[in-house]
Design a protein around this ligand. Structure first.
Ligand SMILES: [Zn+2]
Ligand SMILES: [Zn+2]
Length: 424
């Protein structure tokens, strides 16, 4: 039986359910609200299902698996987009780059640059904790602690106070530049479950090993090559090098530079902003071939994109490292990427040619996602009736939903194309 004042709400899973990538969840109520509209970019691009009419699109954060297909919504309609300012600025950078990458691969991005412009010109800039009325709903974003500008979104139905919370990607533990997220009270919780079956290693001791490992390489005149994602990891790594006295040895190259300049424009969204600003001043920004040659002389650290070795200057560097060098993977390496090939001991694919890496490599887990215990902590503090587990492998999301059911929650792990019915 429906609680007083409640209606039935259909939640449609257009992508990002039982998988990581192309996040897209439609709240099919009196207003059609789309939570993220991303693409999946391992290998050939995969797109979310078509949402039909959309009145609003909430962009949780800039990563392309959440923002990458939002411009396509503006080809025929004018939905209202909600995002924080850094999210929109960083999304613009990443979406522009993805248009270029599609063109280079002779693939169609399925939207036009004009659609992106339209979205940028008519979005509602959100600040953490400040609500926006939209029809019978109130939409409020909270800090998700994942990357600069990332948000947990609460959609509240104003007549009955029911709250649907969408976490996007989040992290509760502090990072150097990100304040960890706090749980947001909910009745219905749509939650990422990337690490539902795994705990991250202890950050402090891992940091120490990482820094010692880097020092050893540069003391031996090798190059410590650190591939980074442009948004998030690049800035964290800069701050880290600054904090541990390594920034004077750090070269900074690739799209990570443009992303860092954007983050620097939003100091209110950065914890320890001085650490980042100092790093920006002290690192050596690679602007010319001469700078790049200097970086390759050895005895230094090179932070560069792309994080999964699928393009960018990192592929040039990787073929030119000296024998004392080492590669430091600092993030998730998706299937069908060069990063994954490296981890599996397979040759890389560089412009269609095979390249076998002789340089040793090591992987560190600097994940910006909540680990298993924090996912459970979030749920406990959020105290929902219903938990919908998304943004995780089928194994991961299902395991979480099963555990939650044992604890008495109404929990599901939907698949793409499913529709859930909730009381809202
Ligand atoms: Zn993300
Ligand atoms: Zn994501």
């Amino acid at each position: 039986m429906l609680a007083l004042g409640s209606d039935i709400l259909h939640v449609k899973f257009l992508g990002g359910a039982g998988e990581v990538g192309r996040s897209a969840f439609l709240l099919d109520g009196s207003r059609k609200i789309l939570l993220d509209y991303g693409i999946k970019i391992d290998g050939d691009t995969e797109y979310p299902l078509h949402p039909g009419r959309v009145d609003a699109c909430i962009i949780s954060h800039a990563h392309l698996d959440h923002s990458g297909f939002t411009p396509s919504l503006y080809a025929e309609a004018m939905p209202t987009a909600f995002a924080t300012e850094p999210t929109m600025a960083l999304a613009e950078l990443l979406i522009e780059d993805s248009i270029k990458v599609h063109k280079r691969k002779h693939q169609n991005p399925h939207f036009h640059r004009n659609n992106l412009r339209t979205m940028l010109n008519r979005y509602v800039p959100c600040e953490y904790g400040k609500g926006h009325e939209f029809g019978e709903y109130n939409i409020t974003m909270y800090d998700a602690g994942h990357i600069c500008g990332s948000a947990i979104t609460c959609v509240e139905k104003m007549d009955n106070g029911r709250r649907l919370v969408y976490t996007g990607d989040f992290k509760m533990e502090n990072q150097l530049l990100e304040q960890g997220a706090r749980a947001v009270k909910s009745d219905i919780l749509i939650m990422e479950s990337t690490y539902a079956v795994r705990e991250h290693p202890d950050r402090e001791s891992m940091l120490k090993r990482f820094v010692d490992d880097i020092r050893e390489v540069i003391d031996n005149r090798g190059i410590a090559l650190v591939p980074v994602f442009a948004v998030g990891r690049a800035q964290e790594m800069l701050a880290l090098m600054n904090k541990y006295g390594l920034i004077e040895h750090t070269f900074f190259d690739g799209m990570a530079k443009a992303a860092t300049e954007i983050v620097d424009r939003y100091p209110g969204y950065v914890k320890n902003v001085g650490l980042l600003q100092g790093a920006i001043k002290k690192a050596m920004w690679v602007e010319t071939q001469r700078n790049r040659k200097h970086a390759l002389e050895g005895g230094g650290i090179i932070l560069t994109t792309s994080g999964m070795l699928n393009g960018g200057p990192v592929l040039d560097y990787i073929t030119r490292l000296n024998k004392n060098s080492k590669i430091f993977l600092t993030g998730y390496q998706a299937e069908n990427t060069n990063g994954r090939r490296l981890m599996e001991g397979k040759p890389l694919d560089i412009d269609g040619k095979e390249f076998r890496v002789r340089t040793p490599f090591t992987a560190y887990d600097f994940s910006a996602h909540a680990g298993k215990a924090d996912l459970h902590r979030f749920i406990k503090d959020s105290s929902p009736e219903t938990v919908i587990c998304v943004h995780g492998s089928e194994e991961s999301s299902t395991a979480l939903a099963e555990e939650l059911k044992m604890e008495g929650f109404d929990a599901i792990a939907p698949k793409v194309g499913d529709v859930a019915t909730v009381e809202f």
